[in-house]
Design a protein around this ligand. Structure first.
Ligand code: NAP
Ligand code: ZN
Length: 347
């Protein structure tokens, strides 16, 4: 049994997104039905729409920064009731029994986690994301949103938030550490807020000098052009941790020069072209490069609760659904302060 939902979809990897009507399943006994009030626009949506990661399926309804209000619950749902403020991030299903899932790392489910869109669900159906009016999700993958947080500015926490919170926690970023966040976009600005909240001294590494005032307001000590020789001279070998959120190809060897010995450069940005790496950049200083993928459900809830306690939300520009194609164009020019969020009433 299904019901009709309106949304916006990419029909191919070259056309602009346009209206699309599709079917969602009626809530099963452990499902939550959510009226989507807002959905954040992640750069991953652009990579996927353009098939830059080579695994796109069409028509594609992007969107994995979903917030909204519960409208129906299945009879076995215990954690949610009609009217609750809830969120859905990048994941809508996993086996919940493999070693990864048992360790609260559903994103690494060894039997294949199911993405919120552009994925095939356990029922064989293509998943459709948050550029739509409603979504139906099993309760294990539904997050509670603290009541004090405004829904629109909370939407980006579901991906940009957890993707930066998780590595900062994993590598124990805290007071006394000098940290760089590379790229001041959706992920980057949340990285600055979290690293600052965790007590670190934060620098933004950016190619957009006009973002300096914003960087300082977000909690950074300074915004630096990391490819500038003078910057390198002043800060080489002084950073305890670098989080790289850049969406396009750039030079990792330069970034590694900023790290102290035995420290980590962690990549979350996922450009379509592999980086060139001189192995010597790692060997001299026993440095490491690591990657990180969103975060598990338990940690996503922990992040949302932390944001509720500390009043942390995203800086957003609210858009109408039919402005999505312009929003993509502006993101590709690094022109967004600092996350577009769709007002889903406009669909
Ligand atoms: P975004 O809002 O578009 O921000 C990306 C930032 O990267 C830009 O604001 C810009 O910062 C910088 N940048 C862009 N082009 C650049 C270039 N050619 N050279 C150097 N810097 C450049 O994107 P986002 O939504 O934050 O996503 C960033 C990346 O993370 C994407 O690749 C996305 O797919 C990936 N992602 C990964 C995960 C994960 O789980 N690992 C989750 C979500 C997203 P400045 O203007 O400050 O230079
Ligand atoms: Zn995302």
């Amino acid at each position: 049994m299904t019901f009709k939902v309106k949304g916006y979809a990419a029909y191919t990897n070259t056309e602009a997104l346009r209206p699309f009507e599709f079917e969602r399943r009626e809530p099963r006994e452990n499902d939550v039905e959510i009226e989507i009030t807002h959905c954040g626009v992640c750069h991953s949506d652009i990579h996927q729409v353009k098939n830059e990661w080579g695994s796109s399926r069409y028509p594609m309804v992007p969107g994995h920064e979903i917030v909204g209000i519960v409208t129906r619950v299945g009879e076995k749902v215990t954690k949610f009731k009609v009217g609750d403020h809830v969120g859905v991030g990048c994941l809508v299903d996993s086996c919940l029994s493999c070693p990864s899932c048992q360790s609260n790392l559903e994103q690494f489910c060894q039997n294949g986690s199911v993405g919120t869109y552009n994925s095939v669900g356990k029922d064989g159906q293509l998943t459709y994301g948050g550029y739509s009016q409603k979504v139906v999700v099993r309760e294990e993958f539904t997050l509670k949103i603290p009541k004090n947080l405004p829904l629109a500015a909370t939407a980006p926490l579901l991906c940009a938030g957890i993707t930066t919170y998780s590595p900062l926690r994993h590598w124990k970023v805290s007071k006394g550490m000098k940290v760089a966040i590379v790229g001041l976009g959706g992920l980057g600005h949340m990285g600055v807020k979290f690293a600052h909240a965790f007590g670190a001294e934060v620098y933004v590494f950016s190619k957009s000098p006009k973002k300096r005032d914003d960087a300082l307001k977000l909690g950074a000590k300074d915004l630096l052009n990391y490819e500038d020789e003078a910057t390198l001279k002043n800060h080489q070998g002084t950073f305890d941790f670098i989080l790289d959120t850049v969406s396009a190809p750039h030079d990792l060897n330069t970034l590694l020069r900023y790290l102290k010995i035995e420290k980590n450069l962690v990549l979350v940005g996922l450009p379509d072209v592999p980086p060139t790496l001189q192995v010597g950049s790692l060997i001299w200083g026993r440095k490491s490069i690591a990657g990180s993928l969103i975060g598990g459900i338990k940690e996503t809830q922990e992040m949302l609760d932390f944001c509720g306690e500390h009043n942390i939300v995203s800086e957003i520009e609210l858009i109408k659904m039919n402005e999505i194609n312009t929003a993509y164009e502006r993101m590709l020019k690094s022109d967004v302060k600092y996350r577009f969020v769709i007002d889903n009433k406009t669909i």
